[in-house]
Write a protein that binds this ligand. Structure first.
Ligand SMILES: CC(C)(COP(=O)(O)OP(=O)(O)OC[C@H]1O[C@@H](n2cnc3c(N)ncnc32)[C@H](O)[C@@H]1OP(=O)(O)O)[C@@H](O)C(=O)NCCC(=O)NCCSC(=O)C[C@@H](O)CCCCCCCCCCCCC(=O)O
Length: 720
């Protein structure tokens, strides 16, 4: 709704829809009614539109897009304001985003508090501004700056918006008082002079024809696969070419076309999924509503290898001091050099100044003495993935650190309890699985053990946000969620290669789908020997030796091409050859290698594997459905409590295309009945692959018609 009041002959319309004053039907109707009322009230000289609770308005209520909506469309409110003879002032604090900024652009004037941010982020949810933003913003900020704001979706701060011409004044102090004063100062000025409709689009000397082509080409290559950025360009270019009303009409057509597109649905889903993951619960009780995070003022990182150095860098760039520990000076110096190198990389990219980088470095304390960890609030262990070694480190940490210190293990495979039992504080032990390269990758998989306390979980979830990661809480199992789902995905890729596909064919199927990299390129980048060691270690624990001609491993289908490549010294990019051969600057350009194809052919001949033509569709289906089936098993077992958690993990851990929501969302769009039937068919065809055993939950859900948001509940694993 919108509250109406009058002070000093100024009508005040306060948008009121907690938490961000989204433009629900009630808010739009309240705004329209308020403006009409003020226009007709002889005692009112001017109008101020503001927001309740610290924000002006975050735009349309995104939930309404799926529900359909009544009430006035906001350009109708704009048309009415354009005819008003009394000045209307937007008094902005907090955010004015999307439809919120559009409302402000209907007003004759805009003032904002210093802390305010304004923007058109619609593109992030697969839309263009639909309430006149593409038509009015270029009239206020100029074509170039408006285009940038609309295409990137990035908000700008008040001071910059003032310079751009979006705002008329930036004020300190009470925004409402400032708004009233400003409105009265404009009461005698002809409003038509301040009305954006009456101004042309500011081109600032640019030629629209050359600019339009360049912008389209740039956006096409930068936002590959995304529909909305192209529509943003088309709408802004059109606004520069045609009269105001025609431009508004076209904008609306584009907006409604995009609103029902699959991409916008997926991006809206991703927006809410990212917020859902903050709502965690533990099987033994305790959740985000009741658990209190312990303040983390200093952190220690044990192990200055590539991972540890990257983690330390995340910590110091977020403003926290960090002790980086290594066992000897030589390893420590290597780690610090690697950290410095990464930091200077961000300076070179212009993301930080050299001065800011120095300030970050001043927060780092390199050390070879565990005593330096005595007083830190949290320690992240990032030593080699070896249980015995990790237990030794934890035993020492337990003895050295103060009793309240939270001890985190950066592991991608090990059971949290088996590490926690090395200490006398298992309630304060938790897994924090960072993804390589740890400074850049946003995902942080936080893993609770059977005795991890709710406070410890609350602390690592908050810490994740502090260091600008996306923290997702999951239960402990082999590979947790990310790597557990990756296993059948990569296994199917290798089986497809054995059966006749080439690594390059598989990778191009994945990249055409929208993945940032194919699985074989990733394998080459991280090192084929890494997968080899993990497999060899797993086999060793089971008392089995893997050889190049192992077709089965404990009764399960197994592809030993990795062993074959390692035997030939093809370890990936670092050796200049792996699944591909590498050429070009720094040996970074992958090329299909006839030698590797020969190795595959010979290998298959030796094992009696008959090769055939494996189609692109089959590759995509097998890789994705095997992984999706695993996702349902993860839900079934309660490792995750919501499908949204799995999707966020894939969005941020593996770069699943955001405009496809995530694998679970993708499955919901394919239809669970179809997904289940296909998985059953693959199970019959490949009986020696455990990952094709259909998930019981998936079978149940395929009959139920329940929406994705209810899958966790249906699994009985929701803990909230
Ligand atoms: C605002 C933020 C910057 C705040 O960030 P912060 O980190 O502080 O907090 P959270 O992100 O956790 O958010 C808090 C809380 O608020 C919820 N929320 C935030 N924004 C919205 C929103 N716009 N709608 C609904 N809910 C919102 C969020 O989910 C959190 O709640 P939770 O329960 O999860 O804790 C940040 O949140 C942010 O960036 N928000 C998104 C802003 C945005 O994208 N805005 C653009 C929206 S699209 C738009 O405005 C389109 C316009 O151009 C045109 C349309 C205008 C009006 C018409 C409306 C008609 C709609 C119906 C159409 C159907 C018509 C038909 O069928 O005929």
């Amino acid at each position: 709704m919108a509250e109406y009041s009058i002070r000093d002959s100024v009508a005040i319309i306060q948008l009121d829809n907690a938490p961000v004053n989204a433009l629900s039907v009630a808010v739009r109707t309240g705004l329209y009614d308020g403006i009409e009322r003020a226009a007709g009230d002889g005692s009112v000289k001017a109008v101020v539109v503001c927001g309740k609770g610290g924000n002006f308005c975050a735009g349309a209520d995104i939930k309404e897009f799926d529900e359909g909506s009544k009430g006035p469309w906001i350009t109708e409110i704009g048309d009415f304001m354009d005819r008003m003879r009394k000045p209307v002032v937007a008094a902005i604090e907090g955010v004015a985003l999307g439809g919120g900024l559009e409302v402000a652009l209907f007003c004759h004037y805009r003032i904002a508090a210093k802390n305010a941010r304004v923007g058109q982020p619609e593109v992030n949810i697969g839309l263009i501004p639909g309430g006149g933003g593409t038509v009015r913003l270029p009239r206020a900020a100029g074509f170039k700056q408006a285009l940038e704001m609309i295409v990137t979706g990035n908000p700008v701060r008040a001071e910059r918006a003032l310079k751009m011409g979006v705002l008329d004044e930036v004020v300190s102090g009470n925004i409402l008082e400032a708004g009233i004063k400003f409105a009265l100062s404009k009461a005698h000025i002809d409003t038509s002079l301040a009305c954006l409709r009456n101004r042309p689009v500011r081109m600032d000397g640019l030629n629209i024809d050359t600019k339009a082509d360049a912008a389209l080409a740039h956006v096409k290559s930068k936002y590959k696969g995304f529909e909305a950025p192209m529509f943003c360009v088309k709408a802004v270019v059109n606004a520069a070419r045609v009269p105001y009303d025609d431009a508004i009409q076209k904008e609306r057509e584009y907006f409604f076309e995009l609103r029902t597109s699959g991409q916008s649905q997926a991006l809206r889903y991703a927006f809410f999924a990212e917020r859902q993951i903050a709502r965690w619960g533990l099987p033994g009780g305790g959740d985000y509503r009741t658990a209190r995070a312990i303040p983390v003022r200093s952190v220690g990182v044990v192990g200055a290898g590539t991972m540890g150095a990257g983690i330390a860098l995340c910590i110091i760039t977020s403003g926290l001091p960090c002790v980086l520990l290594e066992q000897n000076q030589e390893f420590l110096e290597k780690g610090v050099t690697s950290l410095r190198g990464q930091l200077m990389g961000t300076v070179r990219l212009g993301k930080m100044t050299a001065g800011e980088a120095e300030v970050c470095l001043s927060r780092l304390k390199p050390s070879t003495s565990m005593e330096d960890l005595k007083h830190v609030d949290m320690v992240i262990e990032a030593v080699f993935e070896d249980l015995k070694l990790k237990r030794e480190v934890f035993e020492r940490l337990d003895k050295t650190c103060k009793p309240e210190t939270i001890l985190c293990t950066n592991t991608s495979t090990l059971d949290i309890d088996s590490v926690a039992t090395a200490t006398g504080r298992p309630d304060k032990v938790v897994g924090t699985h960072f993804f390589a390269p740890s400074y850049l990758m946003k995902l942080l998989e936080n893993i609770y053990g059977s005795r991890t306390s709710p406070e410890t979980v609350a602390t690592v979830m908050r810490f994740g946000k502090t260091i600008r990661k996306v923290p997702v809480l999951v239960g402990s199992c082999t590979g947790f969620v990310a790597n557990r789902m990756l296993a059948p995905y990569t296994a199917e890729a290798q089986f497809c290669v054995e059966e006749g596909a080439s690594p390059a064919q598989v990778d191009s199927v994945l990249m055409d789908f929208g993945m940032p990299m194919g699985t074989f390129r990733v394998s080459d980048l991280s090192g084929i020997d890494v997968s080899f060691s993990i497999r060899r270690e797993a086999a060793r624990k089971l008392g089995v030796t893997l050889t190049v001609d192992s077709r089965y491993f404990r009764g399960q289908r197994h592809c030993s091409l990795i062993e074959r490549l390692v035997e030939k010294g093809r370890l990936g990019r670092k050796t200049g050859k792996g699944w591909y051969k590498y050429e070009g600057p720094g040996g970074t350009v992958p090329l299909e290698d006839p030698d590797v194809l020969e190795i595959i052919e010979t290998h298959c001949r030796a094992l009696g594997i008959e090769r055939r033509n494996v189609g692109s569709h089959e590759i995509q289906e097998r890789m994705q459905l095997a992984m999706i089936n695993e996702g349902f098993k993860i839900l079934e077992e309660g490792i995750c409590t919501r499908a949204e958690e799995i999707d966020v993990i894939w969005l941020y851990g593996f770069g699943w295309p955001r405009y496809l929501g995530g694998p679970m969302f993708y499955a919901s769009k394919l239809g669970l009945k179809r997904v289940f039937e296909k998985i059953c068919t693959f199970h019959k065809r490949f009986p020696h692959s455990q990952h094709w055993v259909p998930s019981v939950l998936l079978g149940k859900l395929s009959e139920s018609g329940l929406p994705l948001s209810k899958w966790g509940e249906a699994a009985g694993t929701s803990r909230l």
